[in-house]
Design a protein around this ligand. Structure first.
Ligand SMILES: Nc1ncnc2c1ncn2[C@@H]1O[C@H](COP(=O)(O)OP(=O)(O)O)[C@@H](O)[C@H]1O
Ligand SMILES: N[C@@H](CCOP(=O)(O)O)C(=O)O
Length: 321
C-alpha cells in the first residue's frame, strides 16, 4: 500500500481551487506503488491522479519529472500529463508535501505478461527514448554505478541476514562493474523503472507508461537491460528467451541497437539487476514490520544477477547476431 500521507477533504477542496479541475466528487487512496502517496480523484470534469511526493523524491527533481511527462506527451507518447495550476506552475503543496495533479490513464498492468506484451513494451521503450530527444532539463542517475557502492554500504553489515556470504559476492560484483562499465554508448532520457506495474494495457494493446519518478539521463541500452530483467524472467527464476526475443525485436523495430550496445548487454544487465537488488535489500532491512507498503524480495534480483554473470554471448538474450 502506498499512502504515506493522509489528506483532509477541506484541504483537498482548497488545493483544487488552484486548478481548472472542476469540483471534487470523491477521492480515494491507491493501494499500489512504493515511493509516493497517490489518490484517485473524481471531479465534475475528468478523473485525475493526485500525487504527494514523499521523502525519497528530491523536490528539486520534480520539474524534471513533470516537465518530462509534458515533453513526451507533446511528442505523442501515451503517458500522464501534469495539469497546470491557474498560475501556470505544475507543482503545489498539500498536507505539507509537494503535490501535483496528473491526468488519469486508462488501462491496467499485467500480472502475467506474455511475449506479445514484451514486444509492445520494447517498442514503447524505444519510442520513449526517441521522444525524449530534445528535452532540455537534465538529471543524473543517482542510482547508477557511482551510487551503488554508497547504497551497499548502508546494508552491508546486515546483508548476511538475507543470505549468508553476500558480503564478498556483492563487493566483488561492485569491483567488476566499476571496471567493466561501458562508456561512450548512446545516452538520453531513460525511464529507469519500466516494470510491469508501470505499463498499462487495454486488452493486449499498450495504453501508456506511468511513474517517471526515476527517469534520468543515462545509457539507453541500460534501460533495455532494466526491462529484460523486469519482464523476461519467470516466477521460477528462469530467463524466458521467447520474451527476450520479442522485447528486443520490439525495441529494434523503432531504434536498432548498435553492435557496442549489444555487446554491453550482459554487463548492463548485471548492473541493473544489482541496482534493484540493492534498493530492495535496503528497503527489506529498514522498512518497519507493519508499514503500509509491500516489501519486494531482494533475492529475486540476486538470482537474476547470477544468471547474467554466466552469459557467454548476448545471443543468449534472444538476439540473432
Ligand atoms: N496517471 C495515472 N493513471 C491511472 N492510474 C495511475 C496513474 N498514476 C498512478 N496510477 C495508479 O497509482 C499506482 C501507483 O503509481 P506509481 O506512480 O507507480 O507510484 P509510486 O511512484 O509510488 O510507485 C499505479 O499502480 C496506478 O494504479
Ligand atoms: N520497481 C522497483 C520498485 C519501485 O516501485 P514502483 O512502484 O515505483 O515501480 C522494484 O521492483 O524493485
Amino acid at each position: 500500500m502506498a499512502v504515506y500521507t493522509d489528506i483532509a477533504e477541506d484541504d483537498l477542496k482548497w488545493f483544487l481551487t488552484e486548478y481548472d479541475a472542476g469540483t471534487l466528487l470523491s477521492y480515494k487512496g491507491i493501494a499500489e506503488g512504493v515511493e509516493n502517496s497517490n489518490f484517485l480523484l473524481h471531479t465534475s470534469k475528468d478523473p485525475l491522479i493526485l500525487t504527494l511526493y514523499e521523502k525519497r523524491v528530491e523536490k528539486s527533481d520534480l520539474p524534471f519529472f513533470l516537465g518530462l511527462m509534458q515533453h513526451l506527451s507533446a511528442r505523442g507518447l501515451s503517458c500522464p500529463l501534469p495539469l497546470p495550476r491557474r498560475d501556470g506552475s505544475l507543482l503545489g503543496s498539500l498536507s505539507g508535501r509537494p503535490a501535483a495533479l496528473i491526468s488519469f490513464l486508462e488501462g491496467m498492468w499485467l500480472r502475467k505478461p506474455e511475449a506479445k506484451h514484451c514486444r509492445e513494451v520494447g517498442r514503447a521503450l524505444a519510442e520513449m527514448h526517441v521522444a525524449g530527444d530534445g528535452f532540455e532539463l537534465k538529471r543524473a542517475n543517482a542510482l547508477s554505478i557511482d551510487g551503488w557502492r554508497g547504497l551497499w554500504e548502508k546494508s552491508e553489515a546486515r546483508a548476511g541476514e538475507v543470505e549468508p556470504g553476500l558480503q564478498s559476492e556483492i563487493r566483488n560484483e561492485l569491483d567488476f562493474l566499476s571496471a567493466a562499465w561501458p562508456s561512450g554508448l548512446p545516452a538520453g532520457v531513460i525511464h529507469a523503472d519500466l516494470f510491469p506495474d508501470n505499463v498499462f494495457f487495454l486488452g493486449d494493446e499498450l495504453s501508456g507508461l506511468i511513474d517517471f519518478y526515476f527517469a534520468c539521463n543515462d545509457l539507453l541500452a541500460y534501460d533495455v537491460s532494466i526491462c529484460l530483467n523486469a519482464w523476461c524472467f519467470e516466477k521460477d527464476g528462469a530467463y524466458n528467451i521467447t520474451k527476450g526475443t520479442a522485447m528486443l525485436a520490439g525495441y529494434q523495430s523503432v531504434r536498432p541497437l548498435s553492435d557496442a550496445e549489444i555487446a554491453a548487454l550482459p554487463v548492463l544487465s548485471r548492473g541493473s539487476a544489482l541496482r534493484f537488488f540493492l534498493t530492495r535489500l535496503y528497503d527489506w532491512l529498514t522498512t518497519p514490520e507493519g508499514a503500509m507498503v509491500t516489501k519486494k524480495d531482494p533475492l529475486e534480483y540476486l538470482r537474476k544477477l547470477r544468471f547474467h554473470r554466466q552469459i557467454k554471448t548476448p545471443a543468449e538474450y534472444g538476439l540473432s547476431l
